[in-house]
Design a protein around this ligand. Structure first.
Ligand SMILES: [Ca+2]
Ligand SMILES: [Ca+2]
Ligand SMILES: [Ca+2]
Length: 465
């Protein structure tokens, strides 16, 4: 019997089967679930880029750039990584240069070398509009089979934090002469900031085991998630010069030996700890009005532990000043999938979640899902779609028209840059399109940014002759 016929007999309408996306209730808010992109290989970092694309590292050694509208993507970097990204090493954290308009650079951590021994590189690449090129290595650490960290976070003072794991050699964490088992802080050119807590040292915190989550919170607070051994996963507040206790102290200072070590060494205790370990990972501060129930919280990806029984997205509700965790809600456990990282759409407030397969240390192919409050997002998306930018003809020879559909923009500022970092043109947009003369511009890739009420619209184009 044909399926359609069988369904009709059973009284099930075909359209009813196709129509609805799954939904999730969060208090009074309904989130609709979408598969943004599938077939990814162990996504490790996902972030919302300054170009309004979602950027992803895969542990197998790739950087993928995904269009959040339709999930189409391109591979913009490929590296040979240690053990082909199996186990824990591979391509890990990523962060974008804060002055993207003038300096489109991307910071990436990856492990390279043979089998279970090698180097971990913090590198910076130039973005040329199509690929990441011109690698410059800023820092070299040891890489191990386990505990390589490493998240990256650019701070408001234009320095870069990097979490470095203890590579399984726990004694290194308390040694200030080793870069392992630390949070490191660098200037964006790779030099040591003069106001780091220890002179001539990248070390910003020590006594860390393997932190794989970093996020900026309210009032300049910096949060980190950190893996415990069997017990005591931690959620920490990062303080310059802080000793986070490992390996002498796990979680709170609550045993006799821990208490004496904590007193002698002024150990910073976590805001929250989990026993047994649930394998805490990527974190993101959420304060978007799209999901009021999640405002002033940290969204935390949870891998689920070695036994794979605690997978979820945790929502850590913060106190008003952000210095305490008041409660934890959990979501999406029923996927039974390791959750590696989260990212947030700044316009719609949608939350993107990267899955890593069912068991340690992760297996692909994987999905990145979007959870969207349609009631909030549909208005925003309609406005965004109405003003979606197009460049014609592209490539251009002389005149190029930049247009953004039906809606006029009033007093929006545009700026044009080349992907070599040169500022080319600026002006005010007052109409429904913009005509630029590219005659005097060099051959190459350009982008325009139009700053308007809803954010910044961007569009790439080429100039050929
Ligand atoms: Ca992220
Ligand atoms: Ca600790
Ligand atoms: Ca303890």
């Amino acid at each position: 019997m044909k399926l359609k016929h069988a369904l009709l007999i059973a009284g099930i309408s075909i359209s009813g089967l196709i129509a609805a996306q799954p939904t999730w209730e969060v208090g009074n808010t309904t989130l609709t679930e979408y598969d943004l992109v599938t077939g990814m290989q162990i996504p490790w970092e996902i972030l919302w880029g300054p170009d309004d694309f979602i950027w992803m590292t895969s542990r197998k050694g790739e950087v993928i750039r995904i269009n959040p509208e339709d999930g189409s993507y391109t591979t913009v970097l490929q590296k040979n990584v240690m053990n082909s990204g199996n186990g824990e090493p591979g391509m890990l954290g990523m962060a974008m240069h804060p002055d993207w308009q003038n300096t489109p650079k991307v910071f990436i951590v990856y492990c390279a070398g043979t089998s279970w021994n090698g180097e971990e590189y913090l590198s910076v690449f130039d973005w040329d509009g199509e690929s990441l090129i011109n690698e410059e290595i800023l820092l070299t650490l040891d890489a191990g089979g386990i505990h390589n960290g490493s998240r990256l976070l650019v701070l408001p003072d234009n320095t870069l934090l990097m979490t470095a794991g203890d590579i399984g050699a726990s004694a290194l964490s308390q040694s200030l002469s080793s870069l392992q088992g630390k949070t490191l802080r660098l200037n964006l050119d790779g030099s040591i900031p003069e106001d780091n807590p220890f002179p001539d040292s990248y070390v910003y915190t020590f006594g860390n085991r393997n932190s794989q989550g970093l996020a900026l919170g309210p009032n300049g607070l910096i949060y980190a998630s950190e893996h415990g051994q069997n017990s005591n996963d931690e959620f920490n507040l990062i303080q310059p010069g802080g000793n986070y206790g490992w390996p002498q102290v796990e979680g709170y200072c609550n045993t006799a030996s821990e208490q004496s070590f904590c007193e002698e060494n002024n150990v910073v205790e976590p805001l929250m700890a989990w026993t047994p370990c649930v394998a805490v990972n990527g974190i993101e501060y959420y304060n978007h009005e799209a999901i009021p129930e999640w405002q002033n919280s940290v969204l935390m990806a949870v891998l689920g532990g070695l036994g794979g029984q605690y997978e979820r997205l945790s929502v850590l509700h913060l106190s008003e000043d952000g210095t305490e965790v008041m409660s934890e809600d959990t979501y999406f456990s029923s996927f039974n999938q390791r959750i590696r990282d989260v990212a947030v759409n700044p316009y719609t407030g949608s939350v993107y979640v990267a899955f890593n397969g069912t068991s340690y240390p992760g297996n692909g192919p994987n999905i990145i899902k979007e959870f969207r409050n349609e009631a909030f997002a549909s208005d925003v998306l309609e406005q965004l779609t109405a003003i979606r930018t197009k460049a014609q003809p592209n490539p251009a020879n002389d005149l190029i028209q930049i247009s953004w559909g039906g809606k006029g923009l009033s007093n929006a500022t545009y700026q044009v840059f080349s992907y070599t970092g040169q500022f080319v043109a600026t002006g005010i947009v007052t109409d429904q399109n913009l005509l630029l003369n590219t005659e005097d511009w060099s051959i190459g890739s350009y982008f325009i940014q139009i700053e308007h009420d809803l954010g910044i619209l961007t569009c790439n184009f080429q100039v050929h002759r």
